[in-house]
Design a protein around this ligand. Structure first.
Ligand SMILES: Nc1ncnc2c1ncn2[C@@H]1O[C@H](COP(=O)(O)OP(=O)(O)OP(=O)(O)O)[C@@H](O)[C@H]1O
Length: 233
């Protein structure tokens, strides 16, 4: 059974149809990448799934349960967790304090053992977030989401703004989650996506153009014409 099943999802902003009847499946433990041109509706779709934006029509089932009326925090408690940028407000708190808050907010008493190591932040628990280099702040964002014990982690461009080395390290950390929690990630770095993902879905004009294993999607003439031709040159 799929962990996430999205059917006919729609979202309109005035006259603009941002999400135009999206069907999407995410299997337990898989790494699923959502790619597509700028303005295709990727962030909007992620916000709808997280419960941050209300959908106009369609259904979203998570672990067999209809999410329609569930607000964001209730979705997070069921294991559908979106990562957010570390806010400026709390930058003087330590890495350990951030993780403790995130764990408590999700109903756990403390962060799972080994979380810092899994996030690539071993030895950083007592450091203020201010002191972390950019790559480690992005790693902390993933760690905060992991502290909420996700079964499906939603990541919006986790490699954006990272250098080549940091980007590779982030990819390895995401790959290490395979099988323990599912990941749905938006990413513009096409090479990273095709290395990392078990399945890739391509969103164009608010609708899914293709979905399948990376090699199949990469060879799809419709995908090449609509996105990859441009993204890979
Ligand atoms: N709150 C909003 N109000 C009005 N229009 C919006 C709003 N949010 C997004 N849009 C529009 O919806 C469309 C989809 O935007 P979205 O940010 O979801 O695309 P995206 O695929 O994530 O793009 P990018 O890759 O550039 O981040 C765009 O035309 C955008 O301008």
């Amino acid at each position: 059974m799929n962990l996430l099943e999205v059917r006919g999802l729609r979202k309109r902003f005035g006259a603009l149809v941002a999400t135009d009847g999206v069907d999407l499946d995410v299997a337990p433990g898989e790494i699923h990448a959502l790619i597509g041109p700028n303005g295709a509706g990727k962030t909007t779709l992620l916000a709808q799934l997280a419960g941050e934006l209300r959908s106009d029509a369609g259904s979203t089932r998570f672990d067999g349960q209809d999410l329609l009326r569930l607000p964001m925090h209730a979705r997070a408690r069921r294991g559908l967790v979106r990562s957010f940028q570390v806010t400026r407000l709390f930058r003087s708190l330590t890495v350990g304090e951030h993780l403790a808050f995130a764990a408590q907010a999700s109903g756990a008493r403390e962060p799972a053992p080994g979380l810092l190591e899994r996030a690539g932040l071993a030895g950083r628990a007592r450091d203020p977030v201010d002191a972390l280099p950019h790559g480690e702040q992005r790693a902390l964002e993933v760690a905060l989401a992991l502290a909420c014990a996700p079964r499906l982690l939603l990541l919006d461009e986790p490699m954006a703004g990272l250098g080549a080395q940091e980007s590779l390290a982030m990819g390895e950390r995401i790959a290490a989650l395979r099988g323990t929690c599912a990941v749905l990630l938006i990413e513009h770095d096409v090479e990273a996506v095709f290395r990392l993902a078990d399945r890739v879905s391509v969103l164009v004009g608010g609708a899914i153009l293709a979905s399948g294993p990376p090699a199949q999607v990469r060879a799809d003439p419709g995908v090449v014409a609509a996105y990859l031709g441009e993204a890979e040159t």
